[in-house]
Design a protein around this ligand. Structure first.
Ligand SMILES: [Fe+2]
Ligand SMILES: [Fe+2]
Length: 311
């Protein structure tokens, strides 16, 4: 049993009146101390891989409304495909922050845009995968704060069918949790991986130690959102934010052609059926565990006068 502290705060309320507030801080799933006065659920939206201009545009158009409509406290988005489908740039990162994204995460496409390895050093609230070699530039996590509650997020790359120079995601997650404990009241882990087995195994490995383990990378939302027995929300993939009239965000015909004859081709970002896809996690502020997780899908309305731009 962890020791619980009792503190008395004296808050001046005018010349003669004083309110004595007795608070009992509680300890979170992440090991940090929770904000003691919150008695409502906190809500976090994790937006799946943003693909090209169609993905960026729907985030720009809809996120402010979603923040209001769902009373979101935190928004995280994976931006690894936000620049023409591959990588990210500094102006795009700033535009995502301006649209209401608190933290931008990345995946195996982290270094696809030229100059990003230096630009990432100039930017805040964006992190590269935590299990890349320590010599790689960029932060390995982001900490956000809302209403006195601190949420840390980091990404680990899977190692099944992903050819990156990354350390074991399980051991990397253990190390990051230890590092973030005490600095955060809740921890969100993004597992950016190909294999559902690896994602599920990490979810079980971290159950009860983090608030959520959320999958990305495969660009297809999965129907397995649930809260695991010890309070960790889990989903294999929160889906892609971009054109669903596509193969993983790219135009259909070149991809079919590549499968048929193997010849190299360009794979332009598609434009049909644009959706914002993500997961909303409700966080109990007392202990930092997840109370609920649900997929969120927002479709872009067809507008003939304003066709979707690719790139
Ligand atoms: Fe990826
Ligand atoms: Fe992706």
């Amino acid at each position: 049993m962890e020791k619980r502290e009792v503190a008395k705060l004296f808050i001046p309320l005018g010349a003669s009146l004083r309110l004595v507030l007795i608070v009992t801080p509680s300890f979170s799933i992440a090991g940090g101390r929770c904000a003691p006065t919150l008695d409502v659920m906190l809500k976090l939206l994790f937006i799946g891989d943003i693909v090209g201009r169609p993905g960026r545009d729907i985030v720009n158009e809809r996120l402010a409304g979603l923040r209001r409509e769902h009373s979101l406290d935190f928004v995280i988005a994976n931006g690894e495909n936000s620049a023409a489908g591959s990588g990210i740039t500094a102006p795009i990162t700033r535009s995502l922050h301006a649209a209401g994204v608190d933290a931008v995460t990345l995946g195996d496409h982290v270094w696809d845009q030229r100059g990003w390895e230096t630009d990432i050093l100039q930017l805040e609230n964006v992190c590269r995968p935590a299990n890349l070699p320590a010599s790689c530039p960029g932060w390995d996590h982001v900490i956000m704060e809302s209403r006195g509650f601190r949420v840390g997020v980091f990404t680990v790359l899977g190692r099944q069918y992903l050819n990156m120079k990354s350390e074991c995601p399980f051991l990397a997650a253990d190390r990051m949790i230890k590092q973030l404990r005490g600095q955060t009241d809740a921890i969100i882990v993004e597992i950016h991986a190909e294999a559902t087995s690896e994602k599920q195994a990490l979810g079980w490995h971290l159950d009860g130690r983090v608030t959520a383990v959320l999958g990305t990378h495969t660009h297809v939302p999965t129907a397995d959102a649930r809260v695991l027995p010890k309070g960790t929300a889990f989903i294999c993939d929160v889906g892609m934010t971009g054109p669903y009239g596509s193969v993983l965000g790219r135009e259909v015909e070149p991809v079919i052609g590549r499968f048929l004859d193997g010849l190299p081709r360009r794979f332009p970002v598609a434009t049909d059926d644009v959706r914002l896809s993500g997961a909303i996690v409700e966080i109990n502020p007392t202990m930092g565990q997840a109370e609920n997780i649900e997929l969120l899908t927002v479709r872009k309305e067809a507008d003939a006068s304003n066709p979707v731009a690719a790139d």
